[in-house]
Design a protein around this ligand. Sequence first.
Ligand code: ADP
Ligand code: MG
Length: 962
Amino acid sequence: MGDAAAECTIKVVCRFRPLNSAEVARGDQYIPKFKGDDCVLIGGKPYYFDRVFQSKTTQEEFYNAVAQKIVKDVLEGYNGTIFAYGQTSSGKTHTMEGKLHDPEMMGIIPRIVQDIFNYIYSMDENLEFHIKVSYFEIYLDKIRDLLDVSKTNLPVHEDKNRVPYVKGCTERFVCTPEEVMEAIDEGKNNRSVAVTNMNEHSSRSHSIFLINIKQENSKTEQKLTGKLYLVDLAGSEKVGKTGAEGTVLDEAKMINKSLSALGIVISALAEGSSYIPYRDSKMTRILQDSLGGNCRTTMVICCSPSAYNDAETRSTLLFGQRAKTIKNQVSMNVELTAEQWKSKWEKEKEKNKTLRNTVNWLENELNRWRSGESVPVDEQFDKEKAKEEVQALESTHHNDKTPPKPALNSLPGVKLTDAEKEKYEAEMAKLYKELDDKDDEINQQSQLVETLKQQMLDQEELLASSRRDHDTLQTELNRLLAENEASKEEVKEVLQALEELAVNYDQKSQEVENKTKEFEALSEELNEKSSSLASIDSELQKLKEMTNHQKKRVTEMMSSLLKDLAEIGIAVGSNDIKQQESSGLIDEEFTVARLYISKMKSEVKTMVKRSKLLESTQTETTQKLDQTESELTACQLRISQQEAKIKSLTESLQNVEQKKRQLEENVDSLSEEIVRIRAQEKVNAMEKENEIQSANEVKEAVEKQIQTHREAHQKQISNLRDELDAKEKLITELQDLNQQIMLEQERLRVEHEKLKAADQEKSRQLEELTVQQDRREQARQDLKGLEETVARELQTLHNLRRLFVQDLSTRLKKNAQMNSEDTESSAAQKQKISFLENNLEQLTRVHKQLVRDNNDLRSEIPKMEKRLRATAERVKALETALKEAKENAARDRKRYQQEVERIKDAVKPKNMGRRGSAQIAKPIRPGQLPGAPINFSVNRSNLIQNNHPTGIKGGGGGNNSP
Ligand code: ADP
Ligand code: MG
């Protein structure tokens, strides 16, 4: 072993946090007063510590003053512990962890980690380090591994040096600070998982981070180990204050248990009591070495400065003062080399020899005293000298790794002999061993329980998730069904709308056709009108010509008359002949016109007659149609009657069949009876052999009976068969009839269809005819107008003629007197011309009207076309909508299937197991920055690795091997 154990007290420092925002807002008083750097006054009462840190102390300052030295200690083979004690939110976690990844606000743990590695990199390159970390929490006196959540209730065992350790705790080998930080992050993460209220949980559980450093000097083969515990204790406040009630109260007892056990242990140690109840809680047990054992321990007392927390702060400070008195025995943890063991053995042998000498001396002296001799002083045993001698020997190789064992005989009121003491100690060791074993068992059981719970939870979750999946699928399905239904409905609607549109379209096209037809008719009419106009024009022209001609002739006549008159003047003779000639010409014209008119009249008459005829034929056809329809309905009625009849007949047929079956059953039963009777008969015959005669008679009678039975039965069957045949025949007949009726119905329907078509054709013709009729009517009216005009014209002509004759006669008369003025006739002519021009104007107006009408119709056509186009577009839009709806439905179905696949896939891997991997110890050598310089260190490290192929060691999750 190593050097002699050095005695040292626990170092206790006190740290006050600043007032937090809530306290400031509340206006809390800041109560601590600081005196020097080791005293704080609360309410005037001084409390002394190794150091007192004021609220403004930075993380770095605190670390440098309190924790930095511990790195060196641990790397030199000493154990170290840093506790943070204080009420909740007094700054324990802030001190231990701080903000883990913030260079300024990080607490002790991350800084220690960084420093350890920095220190290692600067050390002798012959040293090889193995660093492993563990992270666990103690909640309700159960140890939960934070690096492997499946370990929930780990036991505490003692190693061969009787140092307690957490058995089965995960030990992660690390070789860079980043790996350590990763482990911490993982542990913290695991801590918050599975906890409902993290704040409450963290204030009631102790979290312990353990860094275990083993180093080996490849030259001297010296091995050193150092363990560093970094403990963030549960809140020290009385649980009552945090308001724990009900179910939590049980927990509260347990929480108090571990913390009050700590208090008791510390009190016992402070009082110097010989029995220290480490075994009262898991925590005190684990930290047994840190409290009065082989460890350099620092306790950080965290306090709130608020007046509100006055009482807690005081009790915390008192606790710290008590802890300050605890003395630890610190020694280096060295594993000796063979040579060192040898020298140690030599020394022990030496010591043994001295002691034996002393015993001999004492025995001699005792014997001398007993025999009544008084031994002179200089021959008496010198206690002091012997002690010195032994101590001199001891001091070179004292290594008391074991903590001060509770000495039984030092218990008050107990006095034991050596043998008893040994016996009891052995007994106690046995009992402790048993206790540990039980602990182990408990742990196994609880682990089993935990795994089972986990499994159950998994299963439940699986169930819940599949149920959820099922529900969602169901709802999805329902939704899809509803959607499908809706789209079906929509499709139906769309189809209906399409149908309507088609019908509409047909109607419209029909209308358009009609309109075009009308238009054609109108344009034809227009043509006719314009042609008639042209003819009238030409007529007018002719008339003008005629009037011109007549004027000319009149002038000619006048001139000739004048000439004649002159001649008459010269020689009064008869010139009546010429006058008679001209009047005869006009008469001729009249007759021609009249002839025309009469011709027109007759034509009109024939037209009217024809239209009447057509009307009568139409009424006839409609009558016929009605008749056919009524016939059709009658036929349908008949068909339905026939169908009803068929139904009733099939029913009766079924009845008959049933009857037949019954009868067959009857037959079967009867035949059975026969067989039975026969069998009985036989038995009877056998039994009564002596009564054969009578038996024969009976048999005969029975047979006869059977015969009659059979006959009756057969008759019945044949009757039934006949009946059946008759029914079948009837059925076939009825079927034939039905067929016929159906055929007839079909025929009637076809006929009906034909008649309908004919009816349509007829109505169309009728329409055409009415149109023609209308046109004729108009033509007739036009003609009448024309006639009137002609008549009027004739009348005017007549008047003209009369005027002319009068004029002529007056002129003749005047001529007789003297050829006076003839201006009047020219005025009359002017009047006539204006009349004709009027007429012409009227005609042009009519023409214009017609042209306008035509234009109107023409303008209507594009409107119609537009409407038609809009309808077609609507149809197209509806079609695309339909298509889209169908596509949507298909897509939805596809998506749904995919979803199902996905869920199936997702459910599968859930059942797979969890990961598990072995840990590999990674040796770290000084002078070698991880993942850094490749230059000189490469060769060297290769060399070293060749020399030490055992660089890879150990496995994760194994036992602590001190
Ligand atoms: P505990 O772990 O004791 O319950 P915390 O460490 O969580 O308390 O501290 C409570 C709050 O007070 C945290 O928000 C922390 O940041 C803050 N705090 C604690 N100590 C200090 C300090 N010395 N300086 C600044 N803030 C602090
Ligand atoms: Mg905390």
